[in-house]
Write a protein that binds this ligand. Structure first.
Ligand code: EPZ
Length: 420
């Protein structure tokens, strides 16, 4: 397995472009199956997860044309298979997002049951209950979800007892072609859900309440093709901002927006960063100062995002003062604190809260990534450690960060990939 070697004592300085959002591109690519004409999606990031989703769409017999800028044209009318096979789903849980579109457009779907992952059990019970409320017949057999709606789905009033991004996305995609009105209560409000809804509206869907926790969808007969550009990746944006804050540096990020990660920017200002932004850029400057420790609790948008927790925990590990980091979304997403402690951090766990006492410097050590954002936190820790840190199992990081070593090298970090 490939490894990343990061030389310590780095100080982020420079400017890079932010890629399209992985967590917006994945549901939007699934939504292309709903179109009755060819549809173009632009600004896709070059990531393993995107490649996997395109492979999944292709294995159903759907024509996919990819251009050199990673824009795609998808023609769902050539579909032959209504199945998402285990071989692909096991590598990417987000494959579950084809369930709603296949059921809604073609009346049937077979999707391998997505397993858990390092950060939690990741159930999909709310996805399935919502589809049943819309009239789907669902059985789970041999590790596969087999869903049928021979007479099409019908609108339903459905309350999600947990705020679920994927559940909201799947049910939204099911509702747009269902007969009648669907109301989704306690819906997720993440910017990626908004981006999906805006893409569906561009295809001709009728959706009200976009950006709120109360979505009202009037089913339509069919959805057209369109050309849609995916929003910037707010988590990639946040990750590079935190890396600059942790190293006392300064960074300018292009092709991104400040309005999709406001609470992250407020926390960075609390840590002592000076932040300025424009229509499509954000600049952070620490003026060489060590960050101050900041307390945080993850929760659904617009609260502090769980996908930024590991990165801030790494920054807190070398910040001035003591902080608490509470993870309320996933049951096992503080796992990277053990690797940080192996690098000399001073973190103790009390249930779902990490108490972090900042140290001046970490010490390099061989460490292992457990999930996508934990691996990013270990790269940040490597930048502020003495010596060379080797991060193993970096296939996690390749799922969510486009060209991470090239972008970090542009920002002055001495980082290299070593084939494993
Ligand atoms: C999406 O995952 C993101 N992935 C995750 O990003 C992100 O961490 C998460 O939302 C929360 O913001 C993509 O968008 C591809 P959830 P998702 O359903 O949809 C419980 C990354 O690093 N739940 O919002 O799977 C669940 O157990 C990834 O880019 C149920 O109980 O997350 C969790 O506690 C990691 N039943 C909570 O809801 C269900 O049917 C939130 O999960 C569904 C979810």
């Amino acid at each position: 397995m490939d490894k990343l070697i990061i030389q310590g004592g780095s100080c982020i300085k420079g400017e890079i472009r932010i890629s399209g959002s992985k967590n917006s591109a994945l549901p939007i690519l699934a939504a292309t199956l709903l179109a009755s004409d060819p549809i173009q999606i632009c600004n896709l990031p070059h990531l393993n997860d995107i490649t996997t989703m395109l492979a999944l769409i292709r294995c159903m017999g759907v024509d996919v044309i990819v251009d050199e800028k990673m824009s795609v044209e998808i023609n769902p009318n050539t579909i032959k298979e209504l199945e998402a096979p285990y071989e692909l789903v096991k590598t990417m849980r987000a494959s579950i997002l084809v369930l709603g579109p296949l059921l809604s457009r073609f009346g049937e779907a077979r999707v391998s049951f997505p397993g858990g992952c390092a950060i939690g059990s990741r159930p999909v019970d709310i996805h399935l209950r919502g589809l049943e409320a819309m009239g789907a017949e669902i059985e789970v057999d041999g590790g596969y979800i087999h869903a049928k709606a021979p007479n099409g789905l019908k609108g339903a009033h459905f309350y999600m007892e947990t705020v679920t991004v994927g559940g909201t996305e799947n049910l939204l995609m099911a509702a747009v072609l269902a007969k009648g009105k669907t109301v989704l209560e306690n819906a997720a409000r993440e910017p990626e859900v908004v981006d999906l809804a805006e893409c569906l509206v561009a295809m001709g869907a009728k959706i009200e309440g976009i950006g709120t926790d109360h979505l009202v969808i009037e089913g339509v007969e069919k959805l057209n093709g369109c050309t849609f550009s995916v929003m910037p990746d707010r988590i990639e944006t946040g990750t590079y901002l935190v890396a600059a804050a942790a190293t006392g540096g300064s960074v300018t990020l292009r092709d991104t927006r400040a309005d999709i990660l406001e609470v992250v920017l407020l926390k960075l200002e609390e840590a002592g960063a000076e932040i300025t932004s424009g229509e499509d850029w954000i600049r952070l400057d620490m003026h060489g100062r060590r960050p101050k420790a900041v307390n945080l609790t993850t929760a659904p948008y617009p609260a502090f995002p769980t996908d930024m927790q590991a990165q801030f925990t790494a920054m807190n590990a070398v910040a001035e003062g003591t902080s608490t980091v509470t993870e309320t979304i996933f049951e096992n997403r503080l796992v990277q604190t053990h690797e940080l402690n192996r690098m000399g951090a001073n973190i103790s766990l009390k249930g779902n809260t990490a108490v972090v006492t900042g140290v001046e410097k970490l010490k390099s050590a061989p460490v292992m990534a457990s999930d996508l954002r934990a691996s990013a936190s270990l790269v940040i820790a490597g930048m502020v450690a003495e010596g060379d840190t080797v991060v193993d199992r970096i296939y996690h990081i390749d799922r969510g960060y486009e060209c991470i070593e090239e972008k970090l090298q542009l920002l002055g970090v001495n980082i290299r990939r070593v084939p494993g």
